[in-house]
Design a protein around this ligand. Structure first.
Ligand code: MF3
Ligand code: CO
Length: 250
């Protein structure tokens, strides 16, 4: 499939979808504390999204059973919320969620500390977030997709982190997952040329140890193979004539 270029009207709707999701994430982040269950986080996320008149786009996507992917410690992504999974002081928790506004999707992820965490865990969270910003420095019309991928990869790999390879970012618009796929690791090919009007979900997933991952029995939850901590940071981004516009940050 060709990579879609959004019209001005579509960009307006993508901006609104992004702005609402940024608000949802800000309010979800305020809920993070020791003692809350991952299912409560999901419930609050769904309530917030529906409260804005939007539709949760993860819910029932390929059978995924929740609105928010809640991934704790060595869980990389797609953790399934559960009432018996209670956050504890010292955990790190990645929240990944998205919504549909008037037919247009937004998608974003944040990793939060639960109370006081180790310096290494905080460093992982900070480096993961920064790797996204290293990537989008390259997200400019005329550059190629691999300029983004390799910038993220170089930043993380030079610091000794494991860049997850089994999952990638993606185009986004009238569907949650559109072309192109956006790896967070260097490709042999330059990839497509970036053009104004492309909307991309860029989402580095970063392990403290090896890049290798496994799937749990539930067939969704991705965990690090070596049990090390993992963090995730994602925004929906618009390619413009100039600076990229981060749609899911307020
Ligand atoms: N943000 C993730 C992605 O882009 C999560 C979606 S998977 C779902 O792939 F099944 F949970 F919806
Ligand atoms: Co995504």
């Amino acid at each position: 499939m060709a990579v879609s270029i959004k019209s001005d009207r579509e960009i307006g709707l993508m901006r609104e979808a992004g702005k609402i999701l940024a608000e949802v994430h800000a309010r979800l982040g305020e809920q993070i504390r020791a003692g809350i269950s991952t299912l409560e986080i999901d419930r609050i996320g769904e309530e917030l999204i529906r409260g804005y008149g939007c539709i949760p786009n993860f819910l029932n996507y390929n059978g995924y059973p929740a609105t928010v992917c809640v991934s704790v410690n060595d869980e990389v992504v797609h953790g399934i919320p559960h009432r018996k999974h209670i956050l504890r002081e010292g955990d790190i928790v990645s929240l990944d969620t998205g919504l549909i506004y008037k037919g247009y999707h937004s998608d974003a992820a944040r990793t939060h500390a639960v109370g006081t965490i180790s310096a290494e865990a905080q460093e992982l969270i900070d480096v993961t977030r920064q790797s996204f910003f290293e990537g989008i420095k390259m997200a400019r019309a005329g550059n190629h997709l691999n300029d983004i991928s390799s910038a993220i990869d170089r930043y993380l790999t030079s610091r000794g982190y494991g860049v997850v390879r089994a999952l990638v970012g993606h185009g986004i618009g009238t569907r949650l997952h559109e072309d192109p796929q956006i790896p967070n690791f260097t490709q042999r090919r330059k990839g497509i040329k970036l053009r104004p009007g492309m909307t991309l979900a860029i989402e580095p997933m970063v392990n403290m140890g090896s890049w290798e991952v496994e799937w749990l029995e539930d067939d969704w939850t991705v965990v690090t193979a070596d049990g090390s901590l993992s963090a995730h940071y994602e925004n929906t981004v618009l390619i413009t004539e100039g600076e990229p516009e981060i749609l899911t940050l307020v």
